[in-house]
Design a protein around this ligand. Structure first.
Ligand code: F6P
Length: 360
């Protein structure tokens, strides 16, 4: 009997269900129904800690290729609190190991982003058989060219930029569109290029407000009736980038802007004579049906995860490099972020196409 636990952890995104379906279809292509038991843990690591699971069959994974969200539910369980006992004094790591051993699992399949991978690696170090799949709209997981969820989020953010164009043109306005990505700017960068934004601000390339104002004024002088600024949630000014984490937190608490777009709107409004508006697509970027690219990617990664399980080759994230599906050691993945490289070709090409990064 092959006993497989599965959970989805952290922020949801498109193609979580498609990836789980890929795993299960891959397993059943090689095993008979009565040779496998699947334990679906509810709401991420919480389900593993508190032994909250449901037994699933291949039928549960049928018809979910196109369904957004996750059939298992998810939750954020910060890695830094994993070694801190819960309110009843329960040791969470020991509790997770206990659930795993009590159910006599052969392995645990974990779908998640950065924080999730740190805990997955910790469980590996504790002796559990772990296979992970890279999910996140942020595309910031080290060791894979692409995470599922990313392309779907780019589609949605691009659609927002497309739709804002008409109103921005009709009203001669500056529109600031806030795009998800606190630490990295992959979604903002791709959506800005795809949507033809005029300015894009990324966490990796600190901006100078004078440069932004200049770009807006130049456009106006050239007869352009509007400006679209795509700003990643974690965009930061050159001045603020010099502050310590503590100083920055204190500054943000003092101003109490609801988010970066509001701060940017105030700065731009003060310095130009144009009307400024904000659009925040927010969690719509993680919602709805996965785009075809993500359906393909998650199906490939999911079935490759099944292969790794059947090979008994654990302790890896299943990623993709140059269109080849690969097994990346979890020890290498955990704790590393994949940032946008300011010197990369895509940034150079975006600059050549006329997009300003607000830095020079
Ligand atoms: O990590 C995915 C992500 O969507 C980020 O882009 C965003 O900053 C964050 O999650 C939002 O988290 P929450 O769903 O907890 O508000």
């Amino acid at each position: 009997m092959l006993r497989i636990g599965i959970l989805t952890s952290g922020g949801d995104c498109q193609a979580l269900n498609a990836a789980m379906r890929g795993v299960v279809k891959g397993i059943y292509s090689k095993c008979k129904e009565n040779e496998v038991e699947i334990y679906g843990f509810q709401e991420g690591y919480k389900g593993l800690i508190y032994s909250n699971f449901k037994m699933l069959t291949s039928r549960d994974f049928s018809g979910i290729l196109t369904v957004g969200g996750t059939i298992l539910g998810t939750s954020r369980q910060p890695f830094k609190l994993m070694r801190v006992p819960d309110e009843n004094g329960l040791d969470k790591v020991e509790a997770m190991k206990h659930t795993y051993h009590k159910l006599n699992l052969n392995c645990l399949v974990i779908l998640g982003g950065n924080g999730t991978h740190k805990t997955a690696n910790l469980l590996r170090e504790e002796g559990l058989n772990i296979i992970t799949l890279p999910k996140t709209i942020d595309n910031d997981l080290w060791g894979t060219d692409m995470t599922f969820g990313f392309q779907s989020a780019v589609d949605i953010a691009t659609d927002t930029i497309d739709k804002i164009h008409t109103t921005a043109t009709s009203h001669n306005r500056v529109f600031i569109i806030e795009i998800m990505g606190h630490k990295v700017g992959w979604v903002a960068l791709h959506a800005a290029i795809a949507g033809g934004a005029d300015i894009v601000l990324l966490p990796e390339i600190p901006y100078d407000i004078d440069v932004i104002v200049d770009a807006i004024n130049k456009r106006k002088k050239a007869g352009k009736r509007f400006t679209i600024i795509a700003v990643a949630e974690g965009a930061i000014s050159k001045k603020d980038a010099k502050l310590s984490k503590k100083e920055l937190r204190e500054k943000q608490e003092k101003h109490k802007y609801p988010s970066v777009a509001y701060e940017m709107a105030e700065k731009v409004q003060k310095r130009t004579d144009q009307e400024v508006r904000i659009a925040v697509p927010g969690h719509t970027q993680r919602g709805g049906s996965p785009c075809p690219y993500d359906r393909v990617l998650s199906t490939r990664l999911g079935s490759a995860a099944a292969e790794a399980i059947l090979d008994g080759d654990f302790g890896h994230m299943i990623g993709i490099k140059n269109d080849k599906v690969i097994r990346v050691p979890l020890a290498e993945v955990a704790g590393k972020l994949k940032y946008v490289d300011p010197q990369s070709d895509i940034i150079k090409e975006a600059r050549l196409s006329g997009i300003s990064f607000g830095d020079k």
